[in-house]
Design a protein around this ligand. Structure first.
Ligand SMILES: [Zn+2]
Length: 200
């Protein structure tokens, strides 16, 4: 039985936050492109991990280019039609009023207990890579869900949104452009999601 998951890459087409000549959507795309590395590692995972059958997983990424997307049509509907059993959305945070705010945030919709479990699985893997996240429940109703939060609210499957750092914090902004950091985050998302899908 194939278990599918969906990677939603926040924004696109130079939308989202913008600081220091850097667009948030490009940072998000940087993480998405690292998933290609993970696919190359896939055959090693299959042979080296006797505890898990990685051939049972399949995933799609909703954008691998800098294209503008409609969150309802291109993300929510796409994920629902694909039949994913989990969705992870990738974003970068910004806090212009507090440039000291830094680090990870993981959001999930408060009304979905299984989304909370997915968020915990992601948190555990991000902690393993010493990238300590901070979990937050999102309280929203149908009428107020917009943008990134819409994928938490309107998708049929458990969903979590990872904010990988703050663009308004200089060390975070430098880190988020580093390919090793991006690969670490992509791996944590991959393993955290497959951990979640492996829960009986
Ligand atoms: Zn965003």
């Amino acid at each position: 039985m194939i278990k599918k998951f969906f990677i939603d890459v926040g924004h696109g087409g130079s939308t989202g936050a913008y600081y220091d000549n850097i667009h948030e959507d490009d940072l998000n795309l940087g993480i998405a492109l690292q998933f290609r590395r993970i696919l190359l590692e896939y055959s090693d995972m299959i042979t080296n991990d006797p505890n898990r059958d990685y051939t049972q997983f399949e995933f799609v990424i909703d954008r691998l280019t800098d294209k503008k997307m409609d969150y309802m049509k291109d993300r929510v509907d796409f994920a629902n039609k694909y039949g994913a059993e989990a969705l992870v959305s990738i974003h970068a945070n910004a806090s212009p009023s507090n440039v000291n705010a830094k680090g990870f945030n993981i959001f999930y919709f408060d009304g979905s207990p299984r989304s909370k479990i997915l968020a915990y699985c992601l948190e555990a893997r991000l902690k393993m890579s010493n990238k300590v996240p901070f979990m937050q429940a999102v309280h929203t109703d149908k009428d107020t869900a917009i943008g990134g939060i819409g994928v938490l609210r309107f998708t049929k499957m458990p969903a979590a949104l990872v904010e990988m750092g703050f663009m308004t914090n200089e060390p975070d902004l430098i880190k988020m452009q580093d390919s090793q950091f991006q690969l670490d985050v992509a791996r944590a998302i991959f393993y955290g999601t497959t951990d979640f899908l492996s829960i009986k």
